[in-house]
Design a protein around this ligand. Sequence first.
Ligand code: IDP
Ligand code: MG
Length: 139
Amino acid sequence: MATNRTFTMLKPDAVSNGYIGGILKMINDAGFRIVAMKYTKLAAETAGAFYEVHKERPFYGELVSYMSSGPIVAVILEKENAIADFRTLIGATDPTKADAGTIRKIYAKSISANAVHGSDSDENAQIEGDFFFSKLERF
Ligand code: IDP
Ligand code: MG
């Protein structure tokens, strides 16, 4: 069943470059409501667990060390058709291939440091949101 929710992280490059406000404004302007939000930093072990599904991919080590290199903002978002609409808003994984006007086109530096995460399915949005937030932290 579609939950109308997705999960995002503003990644270390977005935070260190001062883009939290700009990215959250784009998310708000696109009609997403913030259900939960947390400013935190992932230990390498925690980042490794979050990206467990990518364990066999060649960039896994790079991804884990990058995602634990500085603070991130974890957010649960709500909107009709949230998963697909958010993937459209962020653009392609590789910012050089992302459409004009997308978050990654505007804010991302590289395919690895690509500013934001976006869940790829309802099931993963649920798993990823549960990874960061308790019931008491959702509104
Ligand atoms: P997505 O974030 O657009 O869903 P995924 O394929 O799920 O892309 O990859 C997860 C994350 O791993 C990407 O957001 C990016 O940070 C990193 N990544 C993906 N492909 C590469 C690559 O070829 N080199 C380095 N990092 C990559
Ligand atoms: Mg993905």
